[in-house]
Design a protein. Structure first.
Ligand SMILES: Cc1ncc(COP(=O)(O)O)c(C=O)c1O
Length: 407
């Protein structure tokens, strides 16, 4: 968008930040289903190789359909924020085939053998395994602490001078624990550490980590950004534009985790309704959490919109609304949990989250299956824990479905 007409609302940004990205003036950026791009002359080819914009060379390097989605995400994360000089914050996003691919670029692009990464003890299972298996195999150590306790963060940084990066996931999957981004980033920055935030559960509508001086934000775009469950994807967003265009881009293309034009197109369309969807997701989730909290069959509800949640204050400080993912335990443990899931009539039994319809899953046997039992129990992922991503259906239907399944 033009500097002369700064957009004042995040939905306007979601719809207009990227422009049309095509010479034919198609309203929507088309699906550029092409592996490679033509050069008018040898010199034209040389210039494109040498230039900073590698969008029109080879689709592992970039593609105009990716650019449309990347520019939108970068604009959403930067919305209303300023850089150190008081100018509008500029960010660069790199779209990937999956959240896991984007995270691999994030970690391998910033760490080397002998370094360590500090992270929270409740994380998405794939992130945890990536750290403890893939990074470990390359000689990069994962130090895992309860990052809600700032003393533990300070102690770990003191004890392990090889920590180069701090990775925060907040709200964390599936316990919905929240880490104070501002406080952890402040501690990390006094030691010159790189800080990254997994913003998947919150989306830039609810939480903008770049407010707190972090270096990278990461999303599994598979979730709320796409919003409709139509494609797997991931994105890495950075504020050091030069680093994003050079070393991070290099790792991205060498690892080969590029997106594809069809998935990028679906993502670009999904993001246009982010604000509307999130408002409804969050309003429904609040009602579901309040209903479950008072239900006699429920032992515990993890949702930061409830004042009973220990991270309520941190969530209220850094998030516009508490999100739409929660987890809860039934009084009858695993068996009661299984029976409840099987009785659901409308809510969908599936992993993943952030789709327009309500999804219900069982982390111990699904998303966190790869994590040893003692470890996952230590992190709060008990055998009977149910995770629910509340959709945008009419609230009465969601509540009626829960009511009949809990009987
Ligand atoms: C918080 C979080 N981060 C990362 C990922 C990995 O993303 P993907 O499945 O798109 O590779 C997930 C997937 O569920 C997630 O929930």
């Amino acid at each position: 968008m033009s500097e002369k007409f700064p957009l004042t609302g995040i939905s306007s940004v979601a719809m207009h930040a990227a422009g049309h990205q095509n010479a034919e003036d198609a309203h929507l950026t088309p699906i550029f289903a092409t592996s490679t791009f033509t050069f008018d002359t040898a010199e034209d080819g040389m210039n494109r190789f040498a230039g900073t914009d590698k969008t029109r060379v080879y689709s592992r390097w970039g593609n105009p359909t990716f650019t449309a989605a990347e520019e939108t995400i970068a604009a959403l994360e930067a919305f209303g924020l300023k850089d150190k000089n008081g100018n509008s914050l500029q960010l660069k996003a790199l779209l990937h085939a999956s959240g896991q691919a984007a995270m691999t670029t994030l970690f391998l692009g910033n760490l080397k053998t002998g370094d360590a990464i500090l992270s929270h003890y409740s994380l998405y299972g794939g992130t945890q395994e990536l750290m403890t298996k893939v990074l470990a195999a390359t000689g990069i150590e994962a130090i895992i602490v309860d990052m809600r306790n700032l003393n533990k963060v300070e102690e770990a940084i003191q004890q392990y001078p090889n920590i180069k990066m701090v990775h925060i996931e907040t709200p964390a999957n599936p316990t919905i624990q929240c880490v104070d981004i501002e406080a952890v980033s402040k501690i990390a920055k006094t030691k010159g550490l790189i800080v990254s935030v997994d913003n998947t559960f919150a989306t830039p509508y609810l939480q903008q980590p770049f407010k707190y001086d972090v270096d990278f934000v990461f999303h599994s775009t598979t979730k709320f950004l796409n919003g409709h469950g139509t494609a797997i994807g991931g994105v890495l967003i950075g504020k050091d534009l030069e680093k994003m265009r050079t070393s991070i881009w290099k790792w991205h293309v060498l690892l080969g985790g590029n997106s594809n034009p069809f998935d990028a197109f679906l993502l670009a369309q999904g993001m246009k309704t982010l604000e509307l969807r999130m408002e409804r997701h969050c309003a429904n989730a609040q009602k579901v959490a309040e209903y479950l909290e008072q239900h006699p069959a429920i032992a515990k509800v993890n949702f930061t919109g409830l004042v009973s949640h220990p991270d309520h204050a941190v969530s209220a400080k850094q998030m516009r609304l508490p999100g739409a993912v929660m987890s809860y335990e039934l009084k009858g443990g695993l068996d009661a949990g299984k029976q409840f899931i099987n009785k659901l009539q409308m809510c969908v039994r599936a992993i993943s989250l952030g789709t327009v319809d309500t999804l219900v899953s069982h982390p111990a046997s699904m998303s966190h299956f790869g994590i040893p039992r003692e470890e996952r129990i230590k992190y709060g992922i008990t055998d009977g824990l149910i995770r629910m991503s509340v959709g945008i259906e009419n609230i009465d239907d969601i509540l009626n479905d829960l009511e009949q399944a809990l009987k």
